[in-house]
Design a protein around this ligand. Sequence first.
Ligand code: ZN
Length: 259
Amino acid sequence: MFDTKNFEIVPLRAFRDNYIWTLRNDRYAAVVDPGDARPVLDYLRSERLELCAILATHHHADHVGGIAELLAHRPVPVYGPRAEPITTLTHPVGENDEVQIGQMGLCFKVIDIPGHTRAHIAYYGANCLFCGDTLFACGCGRLFEGTPPQMVASLAKLAALPDETLVYSGHEYTMANIGFASEVEPDNANLNERAASDAQKRRDDRPTLPSSIGLEKKTNPFLRCTQPAVIASASNYLGAAASDPVQVFAALREWKNNF
Ligand SMILES: [Zn+2]
């Protein structure tokens, strides 16, 4: 659990490696990306909490598959990207919209971050970023519906948030991502330090998340496409000099897909 003033954020595990981030105070809870209703309903019951909102980042089933069952339990507002096919949304949102969770005194700003899917969104507020499958700890999502220029622009928007912003991603992929990042930047001291500390968390069966924007900027190769060492590794992979950041990003993404 992570104390953040008057509320806490609890990771509920789902499927193999999904996190359903649950914001709670002593009476209410809101969930982000409930791919499965069961862990949420179990948690609400055991903690005697009332569900008050559902936030979805994108349409993939492992992020929205539990919404209908949660609504059957209690009808609450469901926020999500207006340009994606999520039939359970009650409040479709997009860039710069605000999501107010009055019961918890929280307000999040919506950021459009297409790339993984065509209209993927993030929620930013209270020093927290819920970014689904776009920015992972030391990695980024695959491009299922978007293009490298879109993803580079989306990641740049997230990287422009304050360094202390806590990053809550949708999956525990960190150690595999660090393995790839270490191939790209074997001499990155911050990355090597991170590898040791995150490996210890996993040995203790703790989440490696949240990360922070500052740590991602120092260690995540997909946010470091203008660094000489990253450009050199991408060029080596391509067998030709990569110059612009989109080309470097596209090379890293393809390399990681085959890693
Ligand atoms: Zn996804």
